[in-house]
Design a protein around this ligand. Sequence first.
Ligand code: PEP
Length: 268
Amino acid sequence: MSEKVRKTIIAGNWKMNKLRNEAQELATAIVAGTKGRDNLPDILLCPPFTSLDIVVQTAKDSAIQVGAQNVEYHDAGAFTGEVSPPMLIDAGVTHVIIGHSERRQFFGETNQTVPLKVKAALAHKLTPIVCVGELLDERENDLTDPVVKRQVGAALNGLTEDEVKSVILAYEPVWAIGTGQVCESKEAARVVGLIRKTLTQFFQQDKDGPDMVPILYGGSMNAKNAEELLAQDEIDGGLIGGASLKADEFLEIVNHACKRPRLSAAKA
Ligand code: PEP
């Protein structure tokens, strides 16, 4: 019987911030702050497209991986302004955020386009970080659970069990993103637990499958509230926006993640 361990992941979503020299400076400080340390969580930096190469270069020979914030689902062709999975792989990227609420809100991302992007990313061995979460209005009308279940169901529709196991999910209540209004830790853990239950529909063969998918929390996580959020067994890490733009604060969150016991989530 071998033990399978679910990863702890700390991912920084830099959104549309940092010029190339600033991105290099931030990545350099994070690399320096994590160098030579044991028992780190998986650390991921997601700069804008224009800084992907410089961050990949800066993180070379470190434990830090680099993700993009969006991807197109076609490989190539007449899609002006878009960036494809092979292009991201070519740039040294390993992960990509898909379905972030800002993309759903401002750039027409939907429950129809998200699964196409997830499939395309997986086909090229990019790890998708799929964001789901309810709007304030939906929470106030007791629609959190159905909205989140629908988003998860749509995003993973048609994937094989192995493909679902290659996805990272992030519960990001939209009202908590960039607002300073963090979701209460027990409630965040409850919704993450609900997402994990929702995953059972994708696993006919491997009953341990749902326990192997990392599920992060995102929404105003910072150095002050990270400890309590990361102390929740259900929550496997954080997707961090604003607080990932300062090396010291991001590294403090990494430190809180280091204290988190690695979960023995599934046995095989
Ligand atoms: C995000 O952009 O995914 C996010 C969680 O942002 P913030 O931490 O700023 O709320």
